[in-house]
Design a protein around this ligand. Structure first.
Ligand code: SF4
Length: 242
């Protein structure tokens, strides 16, 4: 009884904002899934359990902010990138340690993934690279927190000098940032011209497909680019026969 009420509370109160711009967290995401978000394509509802996991992650972030302030290091939290035409984003924090500025990105993950981690996740590297790019800061920290066991791992993103623990360092990469931004411009063009992007090359094995809220819609189209207006008619026809 109570369980159902709590679940319903989460479902009723979930943020369901329309996507009208790109976010740094879209870097590395499937372009087709981002396109579907822009077009408000039909999607699987989010499970109440997943919503609670997100909320737990937000609480972990807040706890870390609190500790950072109490450590009395120079810190500002939830800092938006300078506004420009293509992308928005908010870094978790900018810290000053030893007269050096760092962008901090906090990720809470489950124990199983945490234990296996030898280095930062690819998509997290792409995101922090863009923060470094827009803040013009050359150093960053990816802080991972095991939300089940409360262990932590940190990985550094550094601009140039050689580091002793080299495997834990990733250079700020201007070329990579430019290519990520180019991809956003291509997707912006596809959104404006109503062209549904192709599926991920390794669909459906890519991990993103497992968690994708648009997988049913995606299945209706083939793997290539397709006109959104034509595809929308197919989705509507399908929902009438269902
Ligand atoms: S199912 Fe996979 S390829 Fe299709 S939209 Fe989702 S993430 Fe992209």
């Amino acid at each position: 009884m109570l369980k159902e009420l709590i679940d319903q509370f989460y479902i009723d109160n979930q943020k369901n904002r329309d996507q009208t711009k790109f976010y740094i967290t879209d870097a590395g995401k499937c372009p087709r899934a981002v396109f579907f978000k822009f077009k408000n394509a039909p999607k699987e509802p989010m499970d109440a359990r997943i919503l609670r996991i997100f909320e737990h992650g937000e609480n972990i972030h807040r706890n870390i902010y609190n500790i950072l302030y109490r450590l009395r290091m120079g810190v500002v939290t939830e800092v938006s990138i300078p506004s420009q035409e293509i992308i928005s984003g908010r870094a978790d924090a900018i810290l000053c340690v030893g007269n050096e500025n760092y962008v901090l990105d906090i990720k809470s993950i489950n124990s199983m993934i945490f234990r296996k981690m030898q280095g930062p996740k690819e998509e997290n590297i792409l995101q922090i690279q863009l923060y470094l790019h827009f803040f013009n800061i050359k150093k960053g920290i990816l802080l991972y927190i095991d939300k089940d066991q409360q262990e932590m791992k940190e990985f550094f993103v550094d601009y140039d000098e050689k580091q002793e623990m080299k495997e834990f360092f990733v250079d700020y990469d201007e070329t990579l940032c430019k290519s990520l931004l180019d991809k956003f411009y291509v997707l912006k063009d596809q959104v404006e011209k109503n062209i549904v992007p192709a599926r991920l090359a390794d669909y459906p094995k890519n991990w993103q497909c497992n968690y994708c809220q648009f997988k049913d819609v995606c299945k209706l189209a083939n793997g290539e680019t397709i006109n959104w207006e034509d595809f929308k008619k197919k989705i509507e026809a399908q929902s009438q026969t269902a």
